[in-house]
Each structure stands twice: as structure tokens, then as C-alpha cells.
Design a protein around this ligand. Structure first.
Ligand code: HEC
Length: 514
């Protein structure tokens, strides 16, 4: 190559190097966020909503629990998940009526609101022409997860004689599905705006479900309807469920299991409602009510056999008695035990309408398939993430807590909506301090806390999830490993708070605790 050619080549290279250096400089400046222009360019224009990348859809059901086409060809459950991104500004009409003045009339208005547009489409809400309803994501996950026909999740066991003294079946199971109106759906959408990192601060103070949120839940059992008088003329849904609550289903064959699932006719037993109200007579901001199926009424449309059991707006925090608690029906004269002294629960006292039913602790409101030493509000006000508290003190391992003791009564306070429950310690119920991360309320929604708990079981390293037990909580330890540095010496780890299973009854590991 000639001298001239060499110079030209060098010059070219020099220009190329300079260009690369310049480009590199710009990139470094942007990366460090140093340049004013770089920073401004990455900020959204004022007023624009923060846009997240397109989100993958949540699955509707657990794929294992979708019945194969060889045995089922009907419609399948579709998760309603187009949550409103703007807060809806109309509230249900019934919200402005006085729930105490005529509680039954109030509950019938809520029932109508839940039924409208849903009865004609069998609660396949994607076809509802009257109003939108939404489902909670992440209820499909795990062995209790949503089945494929109606999206039912597996719930508590139905104990022998729980529904009536004539009920001998002892391996019964409850399955259920819940629905949220548009105001409730808005909060689900806020918490779950990022499908890979839910944000429970959106359901905790100063946030929470908006006033006017309505949630309802339909509950079904597989107890033979012939064993319970109120289940005559049953209203049934076909569902893809376990053969019984707990294998072996046939006591004669101890090795038979619950696999695979089977198609069963499940009978409607209960419908729960929860309403977020601004009525000053409601100390927690929530109302909980329930309806019980009474087929003996023989109404042509089976759904209308759902009769109001009662309504509760508080936990009667000063009532420590136990005389009205009824854990099962053992005698032949089944009867509802109504506690006339309660001030924040009202129960239907018309035996022609309401079949004999057990209630909650000392007569507080609970439904026929609910735990008889709890109450709707008692259980639901523990809803938080992480779930540091048991849903009822009777679910705790160790010696049984005395009902009515100071510790027990922590589960029967009136806690404000969207306020984290935290946890309390035996024997006197001192608040547990130092919970890390701090709990955030899921505003009385146990499905919402289950959704995040399930998400974390599948994605333990997502930012919202507490570090899994046994892993280092110190980020510098992880960094050292990633950078190939010396492994830090093992050192004693801070004691981690226990996280409790979110279940409707005594956890399977601790049975016989009623
Ligand atoms: C022992 C605890 C317990 C009791 C008592 C209880 N529930 Fe629940 N409830 C749950 C759990 C757990 C869930 C979430 C899983 C599911 O959908 O069943 C739930 C879900 C619900 C939902 C769906 C919304 C949500 O995310 O929480 C409603 C509404 C509801 N219950 C109402 C009631 C009413 C009304 C009563 C009383 C008649 C009641 N519950 C009694 C544990 C309980």
C-alpha cells in the first residue's frame, strides 16, 4: 500500500473511532440519566396515564380441571378480566337506602342487583347485558384451583350433620365462585395493573375498594340432596370436581384416590354478599350478608329459593359469650339459635322461610357451610398481604384458645376497611411488632390476598413477594454471588414471621379442632 493510501485508511479509521466514541458518550449519558434531555425524554408527557406494556391474559381455569371433550361438550368458564381502568362513577341505587330500617328489603335489593342479567345467562357474566361483573385472577392455581365449567374453587369440608341432623354424609365438599361489580373490578385492575408484579398498596389505606363495591359469591355442595330437607328441589350446576373432599372416598377401598376428577351435580346451598358502604351506621365500612337455599319453598325459578339468613355490619366486639354457638346438629329438633343480644348482626327469625341453620360464634352471622366459631366479618377483616394472621384463632397450632379470651377477641374487633390486620400474640393478644415486610390490607377481600399469595408461590422472586424462607434477605449477598465474589459467611438470619394458609376451615394439617 502507498503512503497516501495508508494515510487515507488511517483517517477513515480515526473518523470511525471518533464517531463511535461520540455515540458511546451519548449512550452512557442516557444510561446514567445525566443529560437533562435524556431524562426528560423518558418521562411521560404531563397528564398521560402511565402505560404498561401489553399484559398477558390471566388463565381462566386450572388446565388439569378442565373436563376433556370426551366427557363434556358444554360451555366453559371464561375469566372476566377487562377490569375498568377509570374509576366508575355510578353507585348501585340501593346504596342510599337505610340497611337497618328494613334489612331484609335491603338484602333483596342487593340480590336483585346480583341477579339482573345473570339469571338468563347462568352467571356466564361475559353474556350479561345489564351490567359488567369481574372475577379475581390467580384463583385457578393449585389443587383447589378453578375448575373449567363454572370457575368453581374447592373450599371447606362439609362435616357430618353440619347442614341437618339427617345428614350422614361425612366427606362432603363445598365449591364456589365469586363476582365483583365494576367498582370492585376497578380495584382488582389497579392491584393487578402489572401482571408480573401486583401492588397491594392499591387496596390498602389511603386506597381500597371504592364505596359502592358489591361482591357476591355462589356456593355449592355435593351432599346428597335427599339427606337435607332444605335441599329438596335442588338448584344444581354440573362441575368437574374431586370425588369427595378427602380420599379415600370409599371407606371400603382405602387406596382409592381423588384422581382423576369427575363430573358431578352440585347443589346450590348459599349465596354471600359484601357491600362497601358510606353509611355511618356501618363501623367497618363493609356489610356482609348471606342467603340460604330453601328448596322446600318450591319457587319455579330455583335461584329465588335463596332466602336472607342475616346481615352484619360489625363484630359485636364486647360480646364474649358462647351459649348461642352451634357447631353441628345432633338432636332431632333442628333449630336456628338466634342471639337476641347482638347489636351488629341481625338474623331472619321466620322459621317458615329460613331452614334450621347454624350461625357463627355466639350467633354472629355465618352461613351453613361456614365455620361455626367465626363470622363473616371476623374472617374477612384478616385479609392482608402477606397473610400474617390465621383467619380464626382456632386454626392455630398448639393449645386451643379460650373463646372469649382477650386474645380471641382480637378477631372480633371492628377494624376499619382497608386497614391491615397485622397479627396478635397469645396469651393476651399483644400486637405483633416488627413484621417485615409490613402487611398491606387487601380490604376484606380474601380472594385478593389469595391471588397475590398464589402469584408469589409461582413467582417467588417478584419484587412484591417476601423472600422465600431459607433464602438470604440481604441483597449484597446475592450481588456477591452474581459477581463471582467470595461467598459471604453464613450468619444467623432474622426470625421470619409465619405466613398462614388462607382457608375457610381448620387447615388439613390440624384437623378435629372444631
Ligand atoms: C373462616 C373464614 C371465612 C368465613 C367465616 C367466611 N368467609 Fe368469605 N371467604 C373466605 C375465603 C378464604 C374466601 C376466598 C376464597 C373463596 O372465594 O372462597 C372467601 C371469599 C368470600 C367472598 C368473595 C370476595 C373475597 O375476595 O373475599 C365473599 C363475598 C365472601 N367470602 C363473603 C362471606 C360472607 C357473607 C360470609 C358469612 C356468611 C363469609 N364470607 C364467611 C373465608 C371466610
Amino acid at each position: 500500500m502507498s503512503q497516501q493510501g495508508m494515510n487515507a485508511a488511517l483517517l477513515k479509521r480515526l473518523v470511525l473511532c471518533l464517531a463511535l466514541l461520540l455515540l458511546g458518550g451519548i449512550l452512557v449519558a442516557r444510561h446514567l440519566g445525566g443529560g437533562e434531555h435524556g431524562a426528560a425524554a423518558s418521562e411521560p408527557p404531563p397528564g398521560a396515564a402511565q402505560k404498561l406494556a401489553a399484559q398477558p391474559a390471566f388463565p381462566s381455569a386450572n388446565p388439569q380441571f378442565i373436563p376433556p371433550p370426551s366427557i363434556y361438550s358444554g360451555p366453559l368458564f371464561v375469566l372476566s378480566q377487562n377490569y375498568p381502568t377509570e374509576r366508575p362513577n355510578t353507585r348501585p341505587d340501593f346504596l342510599s337506602s337505610d340497611f337497618k330500617a328494613d334489612w331484609k328489603a335491603y338484602m333483596m335489593k342487593v340480590r336483585d342487583y346480583c341477579f339482573e342479567g345473570n339469571l338468563d345467562v347462568d352467571f356466564r357474566v361475559e353474556h350479561n347485558k345489564t351490567r359488567a361483573w369481574y372475577h379475581m385472577p390467580w384463583q385457578d392455581y393449585g389443587p383447589q384451583g378453578r375448575e373449567g365449567i363454572h370457575g368453581l374453587t374447592k373450599e371447606a369440608r362439609v362435616q357430618v350433620q353440619q347442614l341437618a341432623s339427617s345428614q350422614t354424609y361425612n366427606n362432603g365438599q363445598t365449591y364456589a365462585v365469586g363476582f365483583f361489580n365494576d367498582l370492585g373490578g376497578y380495584t382488582i385492575g389497579q392491584v393487578w395493573a402489572d401482571h408480573m408484579n401486583p401492588d397491594p398498596s392499591k387496596s390498602s389505606r389511603p386506597n381500597g375498594f371504592p364505596i359502592g363495591t358489591v361482591i357476591f359469591k355462589l356456593l355449592f355442595v355435593d351432599v346428597p340432596p335427599t339427606q337435607v330437607k332444605s335441599l329438596t328441589n335442588p338448584k344444581q350446576w354440573q362441575a368437574y370436581v374431586d370425588t369427595c373432599y378427602k380420599a379415600p372416598c370409599d371407606p371400603q377401598q382405602p387406596n382409592n384416590s381423588n384422581n382423576p376428577r369427575v363430573l358431578k351435580q352440585m347443589s346450590l346451598i348459599q349465596m354471600d354478599i359484601a357491600v362497601r358502604t358510606d353509611d355511618k351506621q356501618a363501623p367497618t365500612g363493609w356489610l356482609f350478608g348471606t342467603f340460604q337455599y330453601n328448596g322446600a319453598l318450591g319457587r319455579p325459578n330455583g335461584w329465588e329459593n335463596l332466602i336472607p339468613v342475616g346481615l352484619m355490619w360489625g363484630n359485636d366486639a364486647t360480646d364474649r359469650g358462647d351459649t348461642y354457638t352451634q357447631t353441628s346438629f345432633t338432636g332431632p329438633n333442628d333449630q336456628t339459635k338466634i342471639n337476641p343480644k347482638l347489636k351488629e348482626t341481625v338474623i331472619n327469625d321466620d322459621p317458615n322461610e329460613l331452614p334450621p341453620t347454624h350461625l357463627g360464634w355466639n350467633g354472629r352471622l355465618n352461613g351453613p357451610v361456614d365455620n361455626p366459631v367465626s363470622s363473616c366479618m371476623s374472617c374477612h377483616m384478616t385479609a392482608q398481604f402477606p397473610s400474617y394472621a390465621a383467619l380464626n384463632p382456632s386454626f392455630l397450632p398448639g393449645p386451643q384458645t379460650k373463646r372469649g379470651s382477650n386474645f380471641w377477641m382480637k378477631w372480633f374487633q371492628d377494624i376499619d376497611c382497608a386497614t391491615p390486620f397485622g397479627n396478635y400474640l397469645p396469651p393476651n393478644g399483644a400486637p405483633q411488632t416488627g413484621l417485615n415486610p409490613s402487611p398491606l390490607s387487601t380490604d376484606f377481600s380474601l380472594q385478593l390476598s389469595i391471588s397475590i399469595t398464589n402469584f408469589c408461590a409461582a413467582n417467588p422472586h417478584a419484587p412484591v413477594c417476601p423472600p422465600p424462607a431459607g433464602e438470604s434477605e440481604d441483597a449484597s449477598d446475592k450481588a456477591a454471588v452474581i459477581l463471582g465474589g467470595a461467598r459471604p459467611r453464613a450468619r444467623p438470619r432474622a426470625k421470619r414471621a409465619v405466613v398462614h394458609p388462607i382457608v375457610r376451615d381448620v387447615p388439613e394439617s390440624r384437623p378435629n379442632r372444631r
